[in-house]
Design a binder for this molecule. Structure first.
Ligand SMILES: Cc1cc2nc3c(=O)[nH]c(=O)nc-3n(C[C@H](O)[C@H](O)[C@H](O)COP(=O)(O)OP(=O)(O)OC[C@H]3O[C@@H](n4cnc5c(N)ncnc54)[C@H](O)[C@@H]3O)c2cc1C
Length: 388
């Protein structure tokens, strides 16, 4: 009898894991992906939507078109996981039974955790948010813009810096840069979590007249006074507040008693097994791993999980471990970008921003749908394949 494998979430991690499992196991497994939207979203595109450089249609595809034919898709929300019984309860009723479970449910935005955020601020971490921000930026004629985050962890740590640098360029192109002040608010003592990359981007920000306010954890927003208050007690007045909402794990994880206080799954950093459960794995943003929440993390984790599950099914010793590998590009504006490649042991040593990395990101954006979710990495992309 084929092994029953259920994959929760049809994002980067879930789709790739399901396809790799199907390739590896063929008829030895019956694989079902569960996702309430039935759509797969390419979230890095939100940046371009917010800046009017792309439309939303480019960012989403029907999940069915990305899955191998023998992978089942259930357009359903999982509401409760019962690891001991080996079942997942679905919102519209019914249970799915599994021998192996992969949890790839990503992160949840919880803007209402910060008073005034929903009413007073804009964001580019959801499609609706990016579209709303795009309209506001079109109306913007100059003033003080603040870009910040409301807590760590958040997806794609470089994204707020990247957005800030791209926004500065956008304001120049619109001819309103001299009437605008752009400031990045960071909860840390530097631009963002990755130290070596912060060292690289901070001089660029300074050169381009972008302010940096450190140790600023957004606590509250007063929409009518247009003031952002930090946990540290600082207040800034702003004409346009662009704040990344707080992130949490999905409710299916917390409601099942599997997550930590923020809903992240306690996950073994090498085997990617959910702690305490040999047959339950977690990948992508859903984990509590000490590594960037990024698509590339999920991308490098999926083969490890596929390999481990295949070994368990075949009764061989699982060999694959996840070394903490991450690879992403960071646009620095003016047609240039840099690349961040790192793992648990090796922090990134980003190259100086250059056009080649911008072109590589552009190419990656275009080829995403035919490569990553389907488990095909183009041969021209040694920097994506490279283990450093
Ligand atoms: C603005 C922005 C820019 C980014 N830029 C980059 C970048 O340049 N490079 C990079 O590597 N990463 C980037 N990321 C991060 C990247 O998009 C995420 O880290 C990645 O999508 C995580 O993959 P995942 O599979 O864990 O989760 P997701 O891709 O978020 O997928 C989770 C899936 O789970 C489903 N789901 C949720 N709840 C349930 C449930 N109860 N039952 C069943 N299914 C459920 C959702 O519908 C969703 O389809 C960016 C993100 C943003 C917001």
């Amino acid at each position: 009898m084929p092994a029953r494998i259920v994959v929760l979430g049809g994002g980067v991690g879930g789709t790739l894991a399901a396809n790799l499992l199907s390739k590896e196991l063929g008829r030895d497994a019956r694989i079902t992906v569960v996702d309430p939207t039935g759509m797969h979203v390419y979230q890095p595109g939100y940046l371009y939507v917010a800046l009017g450089q792309a439309n939303g249609r480019w960012l989403a595809r029907d999940e069915r078109t990305l899955l191998r034919r023998d992978v089942q898709l259930a357009v359903e929300r999982a509401v409760r996981i019962h690891p001991e019984a080996g079942t997942v309860q679905l919102e519209r009723g019914g249970n799915l039974e599994w021998d192996f479970l992969v949890i790839a449910t990503g992160a949840r935005l919880v803007p209402d955790q910060i008073p005034g955020l929903v009413e007073g601020a804009y964001e580019f971490y959801s499609l609706e948010g990016a579209q709303r921000l795009r309209e506001e930026l079109r109306r913007f004629r100059g003033g003080r813009i603040h870009i910040g985050v409301s807590g760590i962890p958040y997806k794609c740590p470089p994204a707020p810096v990247e957005f800030t640098l791209m926004l500065e360029e956008y304001l120049r192109e619109r001819g309103i840069r001299d009437r605008s002040q752009v400031t990045l608010l960071s909860p840390l003592n530097r631009a963002f979590t990755i130290e070596s990359a912060s060292k690289l981007v901070q001089p660029i920000m300074e050169e381009r007249g972008i302010g940096l306010t450190t140790f600023f954890n957004v606590e509250e927003i007063d929409p009518s006074a247009r003031v952002i208050t930090s946990l540290e007690g600082e207040k800034v007045e702003s004409d346009l507040m662009i704040i990344v909402p707080p992130h949490r794990g999905q409710t299916v994880v917390t409601d099942s008693g599997l997550g930590d206080v923020s809903g992240w799954l306690p996950t073994d950093k090498l085997s990617l097994q959910v702690e305490g459960y040999e047959r339950v794995f977690a990948i992508g943003d859903a984990t509590n791993l000490p590594i960037s929440k990024s698509g590339s993390t999920a991308h490098f984790e999926a083969p490890v999980v596929a390999n481990r599950i295949a070994s368990l099914i075949r009764g061989t010793a699982p060999k694959a471990n996840y070394p903490g590998q991450v690879m992403c590009f960071l646009e620095t504006g003016n047609g240039k970008a840099t690349a961040l490649r790192f793992d648990y042991e090796h922090p990134p040593v980003p190259p100086h921003p250059a056009r080649i990395w911008h072109l590589a990101k552009w190419m990656f954006n275009r080829l995403y749908w035919e490569t990553v979710p389907k488990g095909r990495i183009p041969e021209w992309a040694p920097m994506v394949r490279s283990k450093r």
